[in-house]
Design a protein around this ligand. Structure first.
Ligand code: GUN
Length: 280
């Protein structure tokens, strides 16, 4: 039997630390720390994520400024608006909820956010700093949250074989870089990997971010491994991770549930990044 990693409890600690710093900032500066949240269109999952982020701001004494744009908004309009947020002295962090409608180039929008206000850490400057091992950049929220969750288990990362399944810009690539910066031996697997099971079975730390319900089964997990499930797969019957939790929990040493694992940490780290940005 494994130990469940309680993402809600770890996230509550991170948010409480952020709240204390936000109160101190307000006392010293006479204004609240501010996070601008931009959503385009009404993708149902994005609406849920944005709502959770706004709620976390309220809990932590951070002002949230939500801007909802019509699905048909042009890229030029959005980039122009981001420029205004960059210049707004009450805004310390900016977040553009992804995915954006198809006619908008996500890269161009992310590039339009000032690296100092890039609460998601998706800007090329911040991603580059992470890959260079420079510590003064903003680290993407989900990868930062994953490192905290691994630390919460007491299992040390240095020297371990960490296997990341998935190579997205928002999870797979940055978590691979972070694990490497923490002295893990890192393997990145993806949709073209041959004999995936051979890799996952040798993972002391397994991070799965592929977006496929129950893609990783118990027979693919090394006994005692730390398993971090980033999946958020919704269907008519509920919300499911990328790992078959019910069976995997008998093999893993520590494992995150879905929901209640990585999800709350992403939100907590967003607040933490915003507070860090304001205090810099
Ligand atoms: N879409 C899925 N995950 C994320 C995230 O962490 N940040 C933003 N902005 N959009 C997302």
């Amino acid at each position: 039997m494994s130990e469940m990693i309680d993402g809600k409890a770890v996230a509550a600690r991170v948010k409480e630390a952020a709240r204390i710093r936000a109160v101190e900032f307000e006392r010293a500066n006479g204004r609240k720390i501010g996070l601008a949240v931009v959503r385009v269109g009404d993708d149902p999952a994005s609406c849920i994520y944005v709502r959770n982020k706004i709620k976390a701001c309220e809990q932590c004494g951070v002002a949230s400024y939500t801007h909802v744009f019509d699905e048909k908004t042009t890229q030029a309009e959005l980039i122009d608006f981001l420029g205004k947020l960059n210049a707004d002295a009450n805004v310390d962090g900016i977040l553009v909820q992804l995915p954006l409608p198809k006619h908008i180039d996500e890269r161009a929008c992310i590039a339009a956010i000032s690296p100092q206000k890039d609460a998601d850490g998706f800007n090329a400057v911040n991603a580059g700093k992470l890959f260079l091992g420079e510590r003064d950049g903003v680290v993407a929220c989900t990868p930062r949250g994953i490192i905290e969750l691994i630390r919460s288990t007491g299992v040390s990362i240095a020297g371990k074989h960490a296997v990341v399944v998935g190579r997205s810009n928002i999870v797979g690539k940055p978590i691979a870089a972070l694990l490497l910066n923490n002295d893990a031996t890192v393997t990145v697997c993806h949709s073209k990997t041959q004999d995936l099971r051979e890799y996952t079975l040798s993972a002391d730390i397994l991070v799965v971010a592929v977006g496929k319900k129950h893609f990783i089964t118990a027979d693919m997990i090394k006994r005692g491994a730390v398993v971090i499930d980033v999946g958020m797969n919704r269907d008519e019957t509920g919300l499911y991770g990328d790992v078959d939790y019910e069976n995997a929990k008998d093999v893993a040493g520590h494992i995150t549930p879905v929901p209640g694992g990585v999800g709350p940490m992403t939100v907590a780290m967003l607040i933490s990044n915003t507070v860090d940005g304001a205090c810099k």
